[in-house]
Design a protein around this ligand. Structure first.
Ligand code: EPZ
Length: 420
């Protein structure tokens, strides 16, 4: 299995391009199920999850052509409505086929995604909302069997908890429902906003985009006509590289980013002593004269993102003082802690709160990736560790980071992918 070999201690320099956002691209692929014609989607990230989702859609009957970061896809001839376990278990985001398939066909079977390293990852809120729209939901042999023989009906949906893919599923379901749907306590992440903007440009009346309450007038199962779509930049990939610049206290520039999507991350880094030059589509992070500790509590957008928690924990091992990190969204998102401790980090856990001692000397080691963002935290720690670190199970990284070692090499890191 491939692993990344990283020799720590090098400063970074230079600039890289940020790829399209995985978590924006996935719902956009799912929403092709709602269209009667071919869609042209550009700025797709070249990551494993995108290929997995395309394979799932192909199994359903979609036809597509992917050239570099540009996709031509036509899901109008879909004939199957079963999203099989063997793909869904590999990628939880497959659950995003549930809303569109049910809205279009009035029936579908989607495997329960199951949990993952960071938590149970239930989908009860997705299912409850679809039932409120008139669906009958049955769980049988690990599959969600959803039926709405007269199509879904517009209604008022209130999410007890903010759920990103839950919101995306119901937005897509409401787009083809009969009548209007009000969604209260809806997620406001940039990827949810882009999905709404694309649907609105393609003929769905949507009000409240970017707020926590959406009003969607459904087309009553009339399929949509597409416009060209460009995937927004990946704010988490960008945040990860800002942490690479921060942890090595270097000056680096990220191009093709949307700094507005990174406000909470940039403010946190400024609080820790780092400075920035920000332009229309680029961010330059500059060295801190003194890197100081901080306190973090993860929350929904526009708050501090849970997907940046692991990366900041690695950074906090290097700053002056002790930092406190509270993970509020997932019950088990500290899998990176034990691996960071093996490199010498001094981190104490108390339920969902981590206390991270700063100015810690990290030593290279063989470490194991467990989930996408935890893996990137290990890479960041390796950049400043003494000696060599080998990060194993990097298929986790390949799911969500395009050419991570190539981008870090371009910034001057001593990192290479080793096939063993
Ligand atoms: C999305 O996952 C992202 N994935 C995750 O990114 C991200 O960490 C997460 O949102 C939070 O921002 C994609 O967009 C593909 P949630 P999602 O539903 O939608 C609970 C990455 O690294 N909940 O917003 O699955 C849930 O347990 C990935 O790219 C229910 O209780 O997350 C969690 O505590 C990791 N019932 C909270 O809500 C439900 O029906 C937020 O989960 C749904 C969710």
């Amino acid at each position: 299995m491939d692993f990344l070999e990283i020799k720590g201690g090098k400063k970074l320099d230079g600039e890289i391009d940020i790829s399209g956002a995985k978590n924006a691209a996935l719902p956009l692929l799912a929403c092709t199920i709602l269209f009667e014609n071919e869609l042209n989607i550009t700025n797709l990230p070249k990551v494993a999850d995108i290929l997995t989702f395309l394979k799932l859609l192909e199994n359903l009957g979609s036809k597509y052509e992917l050239k570099d970061t540009t996709l031509k896809i036509n899901s109008s001839h879909i004939t199957k409505t079963v999203a099989k376990y063997d793909i869904v278990r590999k990628m939880r985001a497959s659950i995003l086929t549930l809303g569109p398939l049910l809205a279009r066909f009035g029936y579908c079977e989607v495997s329960l995604p199951g949990g993952c390293a960071i938590g149970q990852r239930p989908i009860d809120l997705h299912l409850k909302a679809l039932e409120m729209m008139g669906a009958t939901i049955e769980i049988k042999q690990g599959y969600v069997i959803a039926t709405a023989k007269d199509g879904l009906k517009g209604t008022t949906v209130i999410f007890d908890k903010i759920t990103v893919t839950g919101s995306e599923n119901i937005i897509m379901a409401a787009a083809l429902a009969k009548g209007s749907t009000k969604i209260i306590n809806v997620a406001k992440e940039p990827e949810v906003v882009q999905l709404c903007e694309v649907l609105r440009e393609c003929g769905v009346e949507i009000d409240g985009i970017g707020s926590n309450e959406l009003h969607i007038k459904g087309t009553n199962q009339k399929l949509l006509n597409s416009k060209d779509i460009k995937v927004i930049p990946d704010r988490i990939e960008a945040g990860t590289y800002l942490c690479a610049g921060a942890i090595t206290n270097s000056k680096i520039t990220l191009n093709r980013v949307n700094h507005v999507h990174l406000v909470s991350v940039i403010l946190k880094l400024q609080e820790m002593g780092f400075d920035f030059d920000i332009s229309e589509d680029s961010i330059t992070i500059k060295p801190a004269s003194k890197m100081v500790h901080t306190n973090i509590a993860t929350t929904e957008y526009p708050g501090f993102p849970t997907d940046m928690q692991a990366q900041f924990m690695a950074l906090c091992t290097q700053v002056q003082g002790t930092s406190v990190i509270e993970e509020r969204l997932f019950e088990n998102r500290f899998m990176h802690v034990s691996e960071l401790q093996r490199m010498g980090a001094d981190i104490k856990l108390n339920k969902n709160i981590a206390t991270v001692k700063g100015e810690c000397i990290l030593n290279g080691a063989d470490v194991m990736a467990t989930d996408l963002r935890a893996s990137s935290a290990l890479v960041l720690a390796a950049l400043v560790a003494n000696g060599t670190t080998n990060v194993h199970r990097i298929y986790h990284l390949d799911r969500g980071y395009e050419n991570l070692e190539g981008k870090l090499q371009k910034l001057g890191a001593d990192i290479k992918r080793v096939s063993s």
